[in-house]
Design a protein around this ligand. Sequence first.
Ligand code: GDP
Length: 611
Amino acid sequence: LVLNELAKEVEENLRSPICCIMGHVDSGKTKLLDCIRGTNVQEGEAGGITQQIGATFFPAENIRERTKELQANAKLKVPGILVIDTPGHESFTNLRSRGSNLCDLAILVVDIMRGLEPQTIESLNLLRRRNVKFIVALNKVDRLYGWEKSKNAPIRKTMMQQTGDVVKEFKMRLNRVQNQFQEQGLNSMLYYKNREMGETISILPASAISGEGIPDLLLFLVQWAQKTMVEKLTYVDKVQCTVLEVKVIEGHGITVDVVLVNGVLREGDQIVVCGSQGPIVTTIRSLLTPYPMNEMRVTGTYMPHREVKAAQGIKIAAQGLEHAIAGTALHVIGPNEDMEEAKKNAMEDIESVMNRIDKSGEGVYVQASTLGSLEALLEFLKSSDVKIPVSGIGIGPVHKKDIMKAGVMLEKKKEFATILAFDVKISAEARELADKMGVKIFCDDTIYCLFDKFKSYIEGIKEEKKKETACEAVFPCILQILPNHIYNQRDPIILGVKVNDGILKVGTPICIVKRIENVRVFMDIGRVASIKNNNNMPVDYARKGQEVAIKIIASNPEEQKMFGRHFGVDDRLISHISSRSVDVIRTNYWNELSNDEKDLVLRLKRIFKIQ
Ligand code: GDP
């Protein structure tokens, strides 16, 4: 009996799990959210869905009503589910609050017709890194050829009404997605067949257009949460709260939108928030939510509350919030709490990110909407194949001051005078200043698109530089003259040679090295004007071991050299490198050289006494 009562107490004390929706662009995240949110309202079924700040709340009664076809006697112990409203944003998924994830659960949306896409994998990795449990919504099943729609039906029921051909195509596509997950190191299975949840991820076929599978999705989320997360979901009094966004609202000044995960917030509470200019200590002036959906809403007005209990999305108005950083924890200062300690704790979130800035002082400037999205972007840049150093960071919209900071690189390394703006607005003045100064801004709201834009910019610059310096690049080679292949002794010299080492390219300046009284002297012969292979065909280059005929034209007609007089078959022809040519090769062509060729550059450097 005691145990029973204890269990009951726990049940009554669960908060709503917080869920976010992730996936590739166009996989149907927004539609899916609309679908779980919209249908009931339009059709006047069990309502109670409330629009909150940054989130939508689905109460348990609503879920019970919508899943009655599915649940025999399922018990709903949580008050409902809180779904974060901005689907797909790393900004929100990556939010943490006091060390744990803000989101308890995630829905990873995959388009059944397209399978796993780059952003699906990006989301997947983020979820795995953060240890967030997720279910895969295999969306757009209604697009299978011949699909028979059955609005808002449970998936197994609707699957039984499909023809054999539809089922066959479904299985084929499901199989493909499962294989793709396998490639990512994950076992997956249809959710109703999955017996080892946690180890094997569950796949739930759905349509965000006709609503099939939506009941399954809702019930699954609730049951999964209350089965496996009781401890995490047990309501505690201590306030746990994360700032989602900082916004100006007419009549309220600067406000912060927060998700209250645990505890109660009250009007008049003293709070401390992490700010870009240090900790912000202030007092809650008002706690606001939108008016319920079925009420006439006057734009710009919010419903005030004396107090708000978790889990909820709310807007807080208070003095001095303009430098608050989205993605950090909001803390309520208790009566016996040490203020200095609280301030220090509030700044911890941002300090860990500051430590990731490149110590060399050279790198791009990165700006993101929240601390979480900034972290996600920094992690991505660090782990990408092309290393991109970061010299500065910012959170929130891009302003003139950010352009000034990025502009510092113009002097140091021009291509880094760049702002990578992830999911943030750019003020008109900032753009204007950037144009004037020559600071590049790349913006996008997905990490990989942003990264690709920057990558192709850098590659473009490299190509450009290569072209500009092409005539200065001298590739290393050592050539042996073939005795029976002297075609012309001078003006121009035409010889058969074997490439003993390195790579011979058209344009290479050629010299020979002589020792006079133990001192090395170089005699320039001229540039390689053309190369012909065994078949007498012109080629641009020849590699080690190849035998070719070359034509050498003197750089200075006054100083023409002659085969047989100035040099002979025993002399080796070598590329005449300079410190400038080595620089050009190093910056623009190094990756194209083989290890042998790189070694030869180093050997030639010694011969020519280049530091
Ligand atoms: P998001 O970028 O992931 O938020 O994708 P959206 O929700 O904006 O959907 C992208 C496109 O796919 C839109 O044209 C939707 O109408 C369409 N779409 C989304 N879900 C479904 C679905 O279940 N079935 C069909 N046929 N189309 C869908």
